[in-house]
Design a protein around this ligand. Structure first.
Ligand code: ADP
Length: 161
């Protein structure tokens, strides 16, 4: 049987416990999950690509089904290249849904029928986002409650890179 391969794409700037929760629930559904950082040269990130990859590798290092990777340009083309027929996305609220619906339809066209599998965040996780975590860090607060135990970000060390 052909292995079921999925991509969980994101910026992971930084990875949060919200991301980890989605991957954990997606693991029983697939044979292999590429947790892949989409690199957009127009976008400004708080953390470097190397740092974000390192955190992903630390968090998922012991999970044999997970491959950490990164890609440029279109997510659908990346899926075609690695043979993934599924995308995984998390849904926190209605605005996530409105945005993701259009993107998933586009990915289906550009990616020759790629299906996006949506997982609704567990109760207690829908307020967590990388954006909020970045704001806490930039404001000098402690983002630890939102970060996987393996991710240590020191408080107020200037803007971490
Ligand atoms: P992007 O820039 O592509 O939105 P993110 O790293 O912010 O990348 O998010 C990647 C994926 O993880 C998205 O599908 C997002 O909805 C999902 N996600 C992030 N945080 C949560 C959460 N707390 N609960 C469920 N899904 C989440």
């Amino acid at each position: 049987m052909t292995p079921k391969i999925a991509v969980f794409p994101g910026s992971f700037d930084p990875i949060t416990i919200g991301h980890v929760e989605i991957v954990k629930r997606a693991l029983p559904l697939f044979d292999q999950i590429y947790v892949a950082i989409g690199v957009n040269s127009q976008k400004k990130y708080l953390f470097s690509l190397e740092q974000r990859i390192e955190w992903l590798k630390t968090v998922f290092g012991k999970e044999p089904k997970v491959i950490v990777d990164h890609f440029e340009n279109l997510t659908a083309h990346y899926c075609l290249r690695i043979g993934a027929k599924y995308l995984i996305r998390g849904l926190r609220n209605a605005s996530d849904f409105d945005y993701e619906k259009t993107i998933s339809q586009l990915n289906s066209i550009v990616g020759n029928g790629i299906d996006t599998i949506f997982l609704i965040s567990e109760p207690g996780y829908s307020h967590i986002s990388s954006t909020i975590v970045r704001e806490i860090i930039i404001g000098g607060g402690d983002a630890t409650p939102f970060l996987p135990a393996e991710v240590k970000i020191e408080i107020l060390k200037g803007f971490p890179r």
